[in-house]
Design a protein around this ligand. Structure first.
Ligand SMILES: Cc1cc2nc3c(=O)[nH]c(=O)nc-3n(C[C@H](O)[C@H](O)[C@H](O)COP(=O)(O)OP(=O)(O)OC[C@H]3O[C@@H](n4cnc5c(N)ncnc54)[C@H](O)[C@@H]3O)c2cc1C
Ligand code: FES
Ligand code: FES
Length: 500
């Protein structure tokens, strides 16, 4: 007999025992609950028309985040709260919610297809940002960049974004109607052991401990491990793959821990990019822009660091910077655990060094030495919500130029770690380029040698994102940009700023 999936939907407990485990939340909302406010635009996490708000009880309080309902699998919601656009008018006492009112007053809707999604993204910002800070409505300032971040995952084909931004800014000065406290109701829905949901079309297991996860994967080594489902969800909606047994890593607390000390930062594999962002940026501020350009807020709120690493896409954004920073992976199974350098995990296109029953448990990122210069650049056709054509990451330990009794010594590269995504079938280090720099003065001559060596490291391919020649040239130009930024700080190299 199956256990039931239980969650709060717009304040009411729902319980499901007869739907396929791959049913998406959006499918459920629209076809079972007839809540058709959330729209299906793309069914792949790109357009934001399906945006809902998901609440989770963490350390005694409910944390809210925006999410794409089209790629969330229904059993992943067990024990959580879902708020859809239909809930907003009851929160506001029967009339339009301030977010909706602001959209009306600023003419921020035309055909209206995208509007519920924008409303929910702004509602999420209005209540809680990804770090759990409250913003708008408390009279606290909310910057243009934060608004931009909150809605970068929502597309509108008619209105243009100016009136939507005006509405978002207007909400800042309004009073926020309180959300009812659902922590007691959610407490009653929590489990202390795994969810085992079994129906004729498949099974979904959501372990709560590392032991439960290891034993599920030992029992079902061919099961699909799913964390945030921002990759796996598309296997369902776009590829119509059959996934008869799913094991969910996202509810194992031990996999969500983030801890930092003098040695570095440990990120549990099931921590989302939103959860890990502050700690990553505190460790290495050079990661900030890349992390805000990784997908969209909705995706970052679900997508995990471990899922990105495990998926191992050659154009994934997490791997190049983490490899350049010297990250190490911890893999676990019921046979024990092992550790390896992140770059050694990638064997070939689509093939990783993951043994049957194994899962990625955590990622350790060593603290960069103060003399390390770090940069990562993502090149894509759009600034926001786009996949990289190329991602280059550079960590160079540079000894500053100095005067000695023997004369002036130029700046020297003591060590170099360079990694690229988009240049090969796997995310990979540029070993020849690193060797051309290591132990060499940080000069134009060494730079040119390192750029030339990239041809030994990579034979990039051309595809719809970029031609092979573009990738080859751009890879070298990123190294050149690093040189300019580190040797001529007076030269601006085109840092992008959001318009106010
Ligand atoms: C609209 C959209 C935009 C995106 N933009 C970007 C982007 O800008 N940059 C980028 O890099 N990616 C992007 N992605 C891809 C995706 O969001 C990331 O790869 C994400 O980090 C995957 O994490 P997840 O938890 O959702 O993984 P899931 O989809 O749950 O799983 C992905 C894969 O990893 C495996 N897996 C998950 N957790 C583990 C684990 N602990 N151990 C072993 N295997 C595991 C799964 O079995 C599966 O094979 C985007 C995706 C979408 C839909
Ligand atoms: S329908 Fe487009 S993001 Fe979900
Ligand atoms: S109002 Fe028509 S898509 Fe945005």
């Amino acid at each position: 007999m199956t256990e039931r999936i239980r969650f709060l939907l717009n304040g009411r407990v729902r319980d499901v025992s007869d739907l396929a485990p791959t049913t998406t939340l959006l499918e459920y909302l629209r076809t079972v609950e007839h809540l058709t406010g959330s729209k299906e635009g793309c069914a792949e996490g790109d357009c934001g028309a399906c945006t809902v708000v998901v609440g989770e009880l963490r350390e005694g309080r409910v944390r809210y985040r925006s999410a794409n309902a089209c790629i969330l699998l229904l059993p992943m919601l067990d024990g959580l709260e879902v708020i859809t656009v239909e809930r907003l008018k009851t929160l506001a006492g029967g009339g339009p919610h301030p977010v909706q009112q602001a959209m009306v007053e600023h003419h921020a809707s035309q055909c209206g297809f995208c509007t519920p999604g924008f409303v929910m993204s702004l509602f999420a910002l209005y209540h809680e940002d990804e770090r759990g800070n409250r913003h708008i409505g408390n009279g606290e300032p909310v910057g243009a960049a934060e608004i931009h971040d909150a809605i970068a995952g929502n597309l509108c084909r008619c209105t243009g974004y100016r009136p939507i931004l005006a509405a978002a800014r207007a909400i800042a000065s309004q009073t926020r109607p309180a959300l009812p406290d659902t922590s007691s109701a959610l407490t009653l829905l929590q489990r202390d052991r795994e969810l085992a949901y079994r129906v004729p079309s498949g099974a979904f297991f959501a372990p709560r401990s590392l032991a439960e996860l290891s034993s599920r994967l030992a029992k079902y080594p061919d099961a699909t491990l799913v964390a945030g489902a921002t990759d796996v969800g598309l296997w369902v909606t776009k590829q119509q793959r059959s996934l008869p047994i799913l094991v969910h890593a996202g509810r194992v607390d031990a996999l969500r821990r983030i801890a930092s000390d003098d040695a570095g930062l440990m990120i549990g594999a099931a921590a989302t990019w939103s959860e890990a962002r502050a700690a990553l940026v505190a460790l290495e501020p050079g990661l900030a822009e890349l992390l805000s350009r990784f997908a969209s807020m909705q995706i970052r709120n679900s997508a995990t660091v471990g899922g990105n690493i495990a998926n191992g896409s050659p154009i994934g954004d997490g791997m190049p910077p983490l490899i350049a920073l010297g990250a190490r992976l911890r893999l676990c199974s019921n046979q024990g655990e092992r550790e390896l350098a992140l770059e050694d995990y990638y064997l070939d296109y689509g093939r990783q060094d993951r043994r049957p029953g194994e899962f990625v448990a955590s990622i350790f990122v060593p603290r960069p030495a103060p003399s390390t210069v770090f940069r990562v650049w993502k090149l894509s056709k759009r600034f926001d919500q786009d996949i990289s054509a190329l991602c280059g990451a550079f960590a160079l330990d540079i000894r500053a130029a100095r005067s000695t009794p023997e004369g002036d010594q130029p700046a020297m590269v003591r060590a170099a770690r360079i990694a690229f995504g988009g240049m090969a079938g796997i995310p990979r280090r540029a070993s020849a380029s690193e060797a051309a720099l290591t132990g060499q003065p940080w000069t134009e001559a060494s730079l040119e040698a390192a750029i030339a060596a990239l041809d030994q490291d990579f034979t990039p391919i051309g595809d719809h994102r970029a031609s092979a020649e573009y990738r080859r040239l751009a890879g070298g130009n990123l190294l050149r940009r690093l040189f300019v930024e580190t040797t001529r700080p007076e030269v601006a190299t085109g840092v992008y700023r959001h318009a106010g």
